[in-house]
Ligand binder design. Structure first.
Ligand SMILES: Nc1ncnc2c1ncn2[C@@H]1O[C@H](COP(=O)(O)OP(=O)(O)OP(=O)(O)O)[C@@H](O)[C@H]1O
Ligand SMILES: [Mg+2]
Length: 374
């Protein structure tokens, strides 16, 4: 249980924000794009910065290995890679992080950068549209910089091709001019590290994937790890929450730190308005049901999805396109947002003949399983 505090949340938070080193960076242009050369420069950030404009999210983002809960195998491997590179005074190999949204890819990229004492430059796949965009980003890199590309699976093929020699031999090949006067020039790039992050590994082209020196998958977190995340965040936000409430919250957090932090903030709001500030188990349960979130972290949309498989398609197997049409949802959203967590809970199976709702899903929704009479 964290320290009690009733009335001073706001002022404490203000002082926290004031004292937190991240605070200085909030709102600066550290996030996506940085396409033109000038913006490329101004988008330099310190490693402690995060990718959102929300001050609280910046405070909650771990800035040390100890604060970065779980993912032990990934951390262990990264520490070796970083230590070896430091001893050789070299840049680390290009790294690729993949896993579901909110599992800590961006946070990890910042941590790696901080450990290397490098400057991070941030951009994202969809913002790099033209050759000129990537040329501006690459030609603004300085020796030892980390270039972080979020949603790297959304890089277009033209840009990817420019990347291949840049990653392999640190050369940037460009065409200058048009028509008969056009000529190709080659620029040498300084040593740098590319860190790519993606939620859709399968959409990354083979050639690009093979140019990363190491690839790490971030998995869903265990209940204990999420408990750690919530304990740390409640301390930072000065939320008084009891241990049972933490357990309830952790179970509803979809095994994802971002969701855990988001729920903690919502539950804190609820406790302040409807209770006395203290987040007890009862308040926590009430807040979750107020938010339409059940004890497993499923929201209305998840339940509607499962109910569609069960009621409209007799539990499956059902093809993804038929399912998308039935619930009027885009196929990508189903694959990226609904399915991974439902599968991790064992509520849904993906088979070659389609999606199948499992017995556990029927049970969770309080429905009779197929073939049962009562
Ligand atoms: N291992 C962790 N320990 C503690 N907190 C974490 C951890 N990983 C992530 N978080 C928290 O979750 C938030 C979301 O993490 P992050 O932005 O790194 O996720 P992401 O994988 O980059 O998501 P997306 O795919 O949406 O970009 C962070 O701001 C941080 O507060
Ligand atoms: Mg991210």
């Amino acid at each position: 249980m964290t320290k009690p505090n009733n009335n001073q949340n706001t002022s404490k938070k203000a002082s926290l924000e004031k004292n937190n080193p991240n605070k200085l960076n909030i709102g600066k242009s550290e996030t996506t794009n940085s396409i033109d050369p000038v913006r490329g420069r101004s988008s330099k950030t310190t490693a402690a910065q995060g990718g959102t404009s929300n001050g609280i999210d910046q405070i909650l983002r771990p800035t040390t290995w100890d604060d970065y809960v779980g993912q032990d195998v990934v951390k262990k491997n990264l520490k070796v890679i970083i230590e070896a590179a430091k001893r050789r005074s070299e840049c680390i190999d290009h790294l690729l992080f993949y896993g579901q949204a909110g599992l800590g890819k961006t946070t990890l990229a910042h941590l790696v950068c901080k450990e290397m004492g490098s400057t991070i430059k941030i951009t994202s796949g969809p913002t790099l549209e033209k050759i000129g965009d990537i040329a501006a980003v690459l030609s603004n890199l300085e020796a030892g910089d980390v270039l972080f590309i979020d949603e790297i699976h959304r890089l277009n093929r033209l840009i990817e091709e420019v990347f291949y020699p840049a990653l392999e031999s640190r050369k940037l090949h460009l065409m200058v001019g048009k028509g008969p006067g056009a000529r190709s020039i080659t620029l040498d790039l300084p040593p740098f590290t590319l860190i790519g992050a993606t939620t859709r590994m399968s959409l990354l082209s083979g050639p690009l994937r093979s140019r990363f020196g190491a690839t790490f998958k971030l998995d869903y977190y265990s209940q204990d790890d999420i408990v750690q995340v919530i304990k740390r965040s409640s301390k930072l936000l000065d939320v008084t929450i009891d241990d049972n409430a933490i357990q309830v919250l952790a179970r509803a957090s979809r095994a994802t730190p971002r969701v855990a932090n988001r729920l903690l903030k919502r539950v804190r709001d609820y406790a302040e308005v409807k209770g006395e500030g203290l987040v007890s188990e009862a308040i926590c349960k009430k807040a979750l049901s107020f938010l339409g979130i059940d004890e497993k972290g499923l929201e209305d949309a998840d339940r509607r999805f499962l109910e569609a498989v069960i009621n409209k398609f007799n539990g499956g197997p059902v093809g993804i396109n038929a399912l998308a049409a039935a619930i009027n949802e885009d196929r990508g959203t189903i694959e990226d947002v609904y399915e991974p967590y439902l599968m991790s809970l064992g509520f849904l199976e993906r088979t070659s003949s389609g999606r199948i709702a499992t017995e556990a899903a029927y049970k969770h929704l309080g429905l009779k399983a197929r073939g049962t009479l009562i």
